[in-house]
Design a protein around this ligand. Sequence first.
Ligand code: SF4
Length: 201
Amino acid sequence: MDESTHRREQMGELSSVIRECRKCPLWKDTHNAVPGEGNPAAKLVFIGEAPGRQEDLTGRPFVGRAGSLLERLLAGIGLTRSDVFIANIVKHRPPENRDPRESEIEICTPYLDQQIRLIEPEIIVTLGRHSTRYILSRVPIEFEKITDIRGKVFPVTFAGRKVRIIPTFHPAAALYNPAYRADLEEDFRTIRDELTVTEPR
Ligand code: SF4
């Protein structure tokens, strides 16, 4: 079995475990877990906070209008969803779209860590304030406002792996406030430029 098939199988097995998971209360009243999807050998991983309504109904991350905008932003730098991996910090939708609790994040994030270790990405893009706060807290890097750090490149070790973290807005933010759209596009150009940088693995 070649490396890519092996990795794909391992990711499939992990996704199956996540779909059956009942370790925290978030699975109650959901339709589907949303493990994440995309290229299991991607250089670039996007991490949002939690599934929303459409994601819960479909079992897929970043669908609906925010997902469409993410796809357009990817297309703007010559990529498609299948080139990258897209996941969330927690894998089941919190009720009424509330923020996930710290205890739920603590129980669920070993899955995200496993995904990162399996994919071995070079760049992790955090989408939105909550995802950014959690991921940077692990490094640890503190910040006041996402506007202070968006588009910056942080070389760190995350889940035992050297990666560059680039925070940006959640695409949904640009749907509510079109002024963020230009910032998102600018940050995606930074992502494109960083993809051309070869870091030692
Ligand atoms: S949110 Fe995470 S830890 Fe909680 S039940 Fe779902 S997969 Fe398991």
